[in-house]
Design a protein. Structure first.
Ligand code: SF4
Length: 323
């Protein structure tokens, strides 16, 4: 059985965010934006990786006047225009962007679509939770609407659930059912991340218990039962002790792995090396590098028009990354 991963570079464009999730150790209060030169340097250090993962705080320019000033000084009136230009920079340097910008409207998805191999947004959970009470962008209906709109626009999409943030077991099942229904309607979900909550010092949930390995395995099994077979299940290999039982439980993707950047959301958790991963497969699974757009969508040519030349170069006949 094939297990996939994507060689990536993580670009935390901004840590400013309009939301205040109680478990978040990524967000900063002040306005903050990576400049073009820093992004270029990061990309140049990551040569060989194919995916440029742009993950950042949601709509920081909406509430933070300082952020607006920074953008204006760079000649932009909106954050998303800057993101598009940084997507273009990544493409020029040979990377395939995958952007996770939070809740987006149709016009905003259309703005990003041509310059991205795929887009993403964690659903987290499809129910209202106390830990999201200060996060307007974590309203389930807004996130579901973004995923639905991406489906209507035929954008290959990554989503996922965050496990252990106060939801009940049946609510996890419900969240997975919501994702399954969206995929049945539009066929655009390429992967669902099953991510375990990890407490961060200095956050409101620093003493909140992490989900156990057994709970996580149960959730992966549940996901495999609920999600259509053509949707991959991703387990972050830096957040679990041993990937093998998760692969046996139905996970078949390990997400982005970087040789040059940490997991900025969980900086305490180092990426395993490819050699370590291969060893953990115990000869039962075959590891294959994929692009940030899954083989099925490569074959359907459902990716941004500006990345088509790179995908032509990077993909093999099966739609995986050419070795
Ligand atoms: S988890 Fe994401 S959305 Fe929530 S505060 Fe942190 S950066 Fe913002």
């Amino acid at each position: 059985m094939i297990v996939t991963y994507s060689r990536n570079v993580f670009i935390p464009l901004t840590r400013s965010c309009r939301n205040k999730c109680w478990y978040c150790g990524f967000r900063v209060e002040n306005a903050d934006l990576m400049d073009r030169d820093s992004i270029k340097m990061l990309l140049e250090r990551a040569r060989g990786a194919k995916e440029a993962l742009f993950t950042f705080g949601e709509r920081p320019d909406q509430l933070n006047p300082e952020m607006k000033k920074i953008l204006r000084a760079l000649g932009y009136s909106e954050l998303l225009d800057y993101v598009v230009d940084m997507n273009k920079l990544a493409i020029a340097l040979g990377f395939l962007p995958h952007t996770n910008a939070g809740v987006l409207e149709k016009s905003e998805l259309l703005k990003l679509k041509p310059f991205n191999a795929s887009l993403g947004l964690m659903l987290e959970q499809a129910v209202e939770l106390e830990c999201h009470s200060e996060s307007p962008g974590k309203k389930p209906e807004l996130r579901i609407r973004t995923i639905r709109t991406a489906g209507k626009l035929k954008i290959p999409f990554t989503t996922g659930i965050l496990v252990g943030i106060g939801e009940k077991e049946y609510e996890r099942a419900y969240s997975l059912e919501v994702i399954a229904e969206l995929h049945k309607e539009f066929g655009h979900i390429q992967e669902v991340i099953i991510q375990n909550f990890k407490p961060k010092k200095g956050t409101k949930m620093e003493n909140f218990p992490e989900p156990t390995t057994e709970e996580m395995l149960k959730t992966v099994r549940l996901a495999r039962q609920i999600l259509p077979k053509d949707v991959a299940i991703q387990i972050p290999p830096n957040l679990v002790n041993d990937i093998y039982p998760f692969l046996k439980a139905g996970a078949n993707d390990l997400g982005g792995i970087s040789e040059v950047t940490p997991d900025y959301i969980n900086p305490e958790a180092n990426w395993p090396s490819i050699e370590q991963i291969k060893k953990a497969l115990r000869g039962e699974f075959v590891l294959r590098e994929r692009l940030p757009v899954y083989p099925k969508f490569v074959k359907l040519k459902l990716f941004g028009s500006a990345v088509s030349e790179l995908i032509e170069v990077y993909s093999d006949d099966d739609g995986y990354c050419r070795s």
